[in-house]
Structure formats: structure tokens, C-alpha cells
Design a protein. Structure first.
Length: 178
């Protein structure tokens, strides 16, 4: 039997056994890699019965399309709300100015005032408070399109001019020489 290992059949048998051992090791490595691949696939796809990457990709595409539709609908709703807010804000006080003056040239410290309060459409009102030593009077006049519905005093006209000349949202205070 000692000669059986050295003859051709023995060498072929040893070589075949070596190839078989290498094939078994290769199969074991492939089984380990396959187990790792399936573990990763379960992490990605979940433990559901459907472990198909194509079906998962299709489901993800549907989810993204649903999300895009939701975002588009939300953007449309926000645009409508913003348009409503812009419309409402166009009718709020955006331009204002205050002019101080001495109504009776009394050197009383310019206690009389005219205040213009206008929206972006140049409409609103102008208030004048005329102070005298013994009395004070308040007048209100409507303004449409930058023009008073009643005749305006020079101070009231100046308050409107200053309010409309200033950027929206800024308030100006001026002293009139009168």
C-alpha cells in the first residue's frame, strides 16, 4: 500500500482531495457571504415576505411620487394663503408721517401736529391736532389716492407728501415752519 501514494492514481486521488477541500472552503466562504448579503438585504427591505429589490424600488418610487404630490399641494396652499395675506396687507397702514408746527405762531414749542396714515394704495386719513393755550382741536380728513376729500391745510398736505415719499414701513417726523 505504500506504493499506492506514489503511483499516478494515488497522486490524482490526493490532488482531487485537495481540490475537494478547496471547493468546500470556497462553498463555506460563499455561504458566509450569502448570509451577510441576506442580512443586509433584510435591513434594507425589512423582514417582509417580499425580498425583491425591484419591487422595493418600485414601492420607493411610489412613495417619492406621493411625497412630491403632497409637497406640490402644500406649496399651492401656501401660495394661496400668501396671496390672501398680501391682499390684506395692502390695506394696512404702510406710509406714515408726522409734521409738528405752531398753528398760531405763538412760539409754544410746536405743539400742533398733523399725522398722515396711508396704505399702499395711498388712501387712509390725516389727523390734525391744533393746540392753543386755552384749547385743543382735533380734525380728521379722509385721503384717497394721495388726495384729501376735503381741502387740506399746508401741514396736512406736507404730512401726506412726506409719508408717500418715505419707503413703506418707515415713519417720518418733520417740523413745518408755519
Amino acid at each position: 500500500m505504500a506504493g499506492a501514494v506514489t503511483d499516478t492514481q494515488g497522486i490524482i486521488a490526493i490532488a482531487a482531495a485537495g481540490v475537494a477541500v478547496l471547493a468546500l472552503l470556497g462553498c463555506a466562504l460563499l455561504a458566509i457571504r450569502m448570509r451577510q448579503l441576506r442580512r443586509g438585504q433584510r435591513l434594507l427591505l425589512g423582514d417582509g415576505a417580499e425580498a425583491d429589490l425591484i419591487a422595493h424600488a418600485a414601492a420607493m418610487q411610489e412613495a417619492f411620487e406621493a411625497l412630491r404630490e403632497y409637497v406640490d399641494e402644500s406649496a399651492t396652499r401656501l401660495d394661496r394663503r400668501l396671496a390672501g395675506v398680501e391682499t390684506a396687507l395692502s390695506h394696512t397702514i404702510a406710509h406714515r408721517a408726522l409734521v409738528r408746527y405752531d398753528a398760531y405762531n405763538e412760539l409754544s414749542g410746536k405743539q400742533s401736529v398733523s399725522i398722515a396714515l396711508l396704505d399702499d394704495e395711498r388712501s387712509g386719513l390725516v389727523l390734525s391736532c391744533i393746540h392753543h393755550r386755552d384749547q385743543a382741536r382735533v380734525y380728521a380728513k379722509a385721503v384717497n389716492g394721495g388726495e384729501g376729500e376735503l381741502e387740506l391745510s399746508p401741514e396736512e398736505a406736507e404730512a401726506i407728501r412726506i409719508a408717500l415719499a418715505a419707503p413703506a414701513g418707515s415713519g417720518e417726523i418733520a417740523e413745518h415752519p408755519a
